[in-house]
Design a protein around this ligand. Structure first.
Ligand code: N01
Length: 873
């Protein structure tokens, strides 16, 4: 049942490592793993944390507990009736350690651990349409593939720490509640700043206040906090609930919010104040979400009704908090009840009656900066020993975008959802075949008791996959029309509520620049379940289910290593013996850079006696640091000389002016040109557009200093290999579009220009060991970061190539970039750009650098030098 290795697919012949990869081992991932294994699928779960639990693994802050009543916050009888009976909760709202223990208990009882890899951080997932497979890459550099990809990453797992100026200068300790140290934090005797007053802070502040010398609570928006009334659970109550579970779960599944509460369909406006008061009082005394769910049912759609409950809570706050000014600050007036998630409080309001707790209003005096000593607001500086960022999450899409998911035709999820999520049922999205999202945006998720929503999502996904297997199908993707209809329905339901009118993380308002839309579906879990059920009964209507066909005429790929030029292959084989898998097998980027430097040092290229060089710092782009530039001049130069601007390679993540010193120097000597080599900033620390803008700034500097450098500005060329090739084209494009400088010729060598990784050669080159598919995908992921792949990031995407300088491109026949470069050269010619293209048979990526003595390399270099001389002569 477990650990099947090559899952395979006999009809198409395309192998994958697993039938399904699931990302995340919280409630969602555990149940997904179990459900798919039950169908006999091979499944691998990758979990970023060191253990199971998801939210409950990371959120270990003081006071962390569940806001759903614990007896309903668990897997239902659908997962296992046995487990249901075996587990007994001890508190009305279970604390984090107890929930974590529960999830570990489930994991072990259901024997799930063996298929979970911990400390496995997925950094990219790319759909390969030719193999109908998802290629997944982890931060440690390892890769694997699967037919189905299921994200179980949770809605609140990407922490949000606002970019307060000076945040890195704080000298004390600071922690985000969502990434709390496992060993805990001792606040005894400390001065503590807690920033934020959401559900997390409401739990943490009372606990921190018990230890700390003083706590300053920085409040921007007060919430309607409802008493939780936590306490131990009576054993006979728990026993009673267990006997009723089957009915209770049925009720929860049909309900609006996934809880088996007795919702009464009535409006507060139909009742007099005297009639309403005891209803509110009863719910307040009972504690928990009963206040929202069992009093009146139209708070989210009827402002007048909502006003009554909002005022009731405000009065309660004024009763509890002794200082009237503080009470007034805590009483929300700027938004209706339940249009932000109401926190459950257990002593939060009383905490403000303590002498060692001060509430600060950062709505009127915003936080201006974090200083080495503390927090400075518009009013004054608060000196503290510790800062707690209870500032929430980039909810629902943050973790998905963080994984860098790329679907068909190079479409990135973050680009598709640039203006807001577009999904079918929140579970699938067009352009991303066989990707399933548990508790995704536009599904009920956070507007419900999560385990109930999760189970429904998981069962539906498992249902689709089971259906496909039963019908010999293996590709699932929503139809455009179905997706459009779901988005329209979702938006219509949202617009009928008061939710869009309040700034909350439910509408993305907590993250600057995030599209404002209601992220969860507010139609209710019961209604959602019914819709999904009907769709399933109609053979998953709206999903296009098909059988993947191998592209016509495609045979099985044989290793491209056999096609490498024999002489040029020797040094490559030696390198791989010494460093199996090449540089890219070294996951840590710092270590990888060091290995590359070491290798170059080992090559021991003697200094070129025919060239002199000097290093200079030249201005970088506006507001950015200077760029290091190396200027080469032929010793026996007879002017006027041409100028060549040289951009080193290294996948945008490696390399510097030293790494291609020998190449730049050799070009200088053999062309007889002044060469300026620029050292640009590298990803992932400095993603796009930093490298391109640095390169452009260096070119501008070179052109402006032509006279001083001693070259003819009318004979200026740009040269670069690999990433340097991509940057060459991006730089000449910028020069064209910004009108300066004039560039006479460009020589992008096997340029890296297409982030989509969809060309035939991109799929072919997987095991050469120099720059293979997975390395390229990783580099693009790092290089693009949060940026958009426009024409300057990925020149293959450029629509207008007219007006670029005459171009010489060469690329190896066994190079990943072969087809993107051929296509680009063809498009240059079509755009009227004089273009010379050479495809070097048997050459792998950078063969002429690794095997300089080979006849192949000699031919390559002779042709390049000749072309440069002709162009600049
Ligand atoms: O995060 P939040 P949370 N300057 O986003 C403030 C779930 N949960 O971690 O409201 C100053 O709600 C921000 O202010 P404002 C639950 O679904 C569940 O508390 O944006 N303040 C707010 O006060 C919950 O809703 C449980 O004006 C800034 C706070 O930080 C969700 O997690 C327990 C600021 C963030 O509140 C998130 O709750 C706890 C700035 N620049 C949480 N930026 C259980 O059920 C942000 N804030 C177990």
């Amino acid at each position: 049942m477990s650990q099947a290795t090559k899952a395979g697919n006999s009809r198409t012949g395309h192998q994958v490592d697993f039938d399904a990869i699931v990302v995340g081992a919280g409630f969602s991932g555990l149940y997904m793993l179990h459900s798919l294994r039950e169908q006999g699928l091979s499944v691998k779960v990758y979990e970023r944390g060191g253990g199971v639990g998801g939210t409950w693994y990371w959120n270990r802050y003081p006071g962390a507990r569940c806001d759903s009543e614990s007896v309903y916050y668990m897997f239902t009888d659908h997962m296992s009736e046995d487990i249901l009976g075996e587990w007994t909760w001890t508190e009305r709202y279970a604390a984090q350690p107890e929930i974590l223990r529960y999830l570990e208990f489930v994991t072990d009882t259901m024997d799930l651990r063996q298929d979970i890899q911990f400390n496995a951080n997925v950094i990219s997932a790319v759909y390969d349409a030719r193999r109908n497979a998802w290629d997944v890459r982890l931060a440690d550099g390892s890769t694997s593939s699967s037919r189905f990809l299921v994200t179980a990453v949770g809605c609140l797992s990407s922490t949000n720490t606002p970019k307060f100026p000076g945040i890195d200068t704080f000298a004390g300790e600071s922690h985000h509640t969502g990434a709390w140290p496992h060993e805990g934090v001792d606040f005894t005797g400390k001065r503590v700043a807690v920033i934020g007053t959401g559900a997390t802070a409401v739990q943490a502040v009372p606990e921190i206040a018990k230890q700390a010398a003083h706590v300053w609570v920085f409040q921007r928006t007060p919430n309607y906090d409802i008493p939780g009334r936590n306490g131990p659970l009576a054993p006979d109550y728990v026993a009673q609930v267990k006997t009723e579970y089957k009915d209770l779960w049925e009720k929860a599944r049909e309900s609006g919010f996934g809880l088996p509460y007795q919702v009464v369909e009535r409006s507060a406006v139909d009742y007099s104040p005297e009639e309403r008061q005891p209803i509110f009082e009863a719910a307040w005394a009972k504690g928990g979400f009963y206040m929202g769910l069992e009093t009146f049912s139209d708070y989210l759609v009827n402002k007048e009704s909502n006003d009554t409950v909002s005022e009731f809570v405000r009065v309660k706050i004024r009763e509890i908090v002794k200082d009237p000014a503080v009470a007034e600050l805590l009483a929300p007036k700027d938004h209706p009840f339940f249009t932000k998630r109401p926190p459950l409080e257990n002593g939060y309001y009383e905490t403000f009656n303590r002498d060692n707790v001060t509430l600060l209003d950062v709505r009127n005096a915003p936080i201006e900066e974090i200083t080495p000593r503390g927090v400075r607001t518009g009013e004054r500086e608060y000196e503290v020993d510790a800062i707690v960022f209870a500032t929430g999450f980039d909810a629902m899409t943050g973790a998905l975008f963080g994984m860098s998911i790329t679907g068909r035709d190079g479409l990135r999820l973050r680009d598709k959802w640039e203006d807001g999520p577009r999904t079918y049922l929140g579970l699938t999205t067009r352009g991303f075949p066989n990707l399933f999202v548990i508790t995704g945006p536009q599904s009920p998720s956070v507007l419900s008791n999560m385990p109930v929503a999760i189970e429904q999502n998981v069962e539906w996904i498992a249902g689709v996959i089971g259906y496909m297997r039963a019908h010999d199908l293996d590709v699932a993707e929503p139809a455009q029309e179905a997706e459009d209809q779901w988005v329209a329905h979702h938006d219509e339901v949202a617009a009928a509520t008061l939710l869009l009118g309040t700034d909350s993380w439910w509408v993305g308002a907590n993250i600057p620049g995030k599209p404002r839309t209601l992220y969860p579906y507010v139609g209710g879990v019961g209604a959602f379940r019914a819709i999904c059920q009907e769709i399933a009964e109609k053979g998953y209507e709206g999903l296009v289910l098909s059988r993947h066909e191998k592209p016509a005429g495609e045979g099985e790929l044989r290793s491209r290593r056999d096609l490498i030029d024999r002489e040029a292959r020797q040094p490559l084989d030696q390198l791989l013996q010494f460093m199996p898998g090449g540089f890219n097998a070294i996951p840590d980027i710092v270590q990888r850079r060091a290995a590359a430097t070491q290798l170059l040092a080992a090559l021991e290229v003697p200094p070129n006696p025919n060239v002199v060089s000097e290093d200079r710092a030249v201005p970088g782009p506006a507001g950015a640091p200077d760029i290091k530039a190396r200027i080469y001049r032929p010793v026996q130069a007879v002017g006027p000389l041409p100028g060549i601007y040289f951009i080193h390679g290294g996948g945008m993540i490696l390399g510097d002016i030293d790494s291609e010193d020998a190449v730049a120097s050799s070009i200088c000597e053999h062309v007889g040109a002044v060469v300026v080599s620029a050292e640009y900033r590298l990803a992932p620390e400095h993603p796009y557009p930093a490298p391109v803008e640095d390169c452009y700034a260096g070119l501008v500097w070179m052109a402006r200093h032509a006279a001083e450098l001693g070259f003819d500005p009318g004979r200026l060329a740009v040269y670069g290999g690999s990433a340097g090739g991509g940057l060459t084209i991006a730089t000449t494009m910028l020069a064209r579009d910004r009108g300066f400088p004039a560039v006479r010729f460009q020589m992008p060598i096997y340029p890296m220009i297409d982030d989509r990784n969809e060309t035939p050669s991109s799929f072919e080159i997987t095991d050469i060991g120099v720059w293979d598919r997975s390395a390229n995908i990783e580099a693009w992921t790092w290089y693009l970061g949060d940026g958009k792949p426009d024409q300057y990031a990925a020149p293959s995407r450029a629509e207008d190539l007219a007006g670029l300088p005459p171009t010489f491109i060469d690329v190896g026949s066994v190079d990943l970039f072969r087809d993107e470069d051929i296509m680009f050269a063809t498009r240059l010619m079509q755009a009227g750009v004089p273009t010379e293209l050479h495809v070097n048979p048997g050459a792998y990526h950078a063969a002429e650098v690794l095997a300089p003595e080979s006849a192949l390399s000699q031919r390559i270099w002779a042709r390049r030098i000749d072309a440069l001389r002709r162009a600049l002569g």
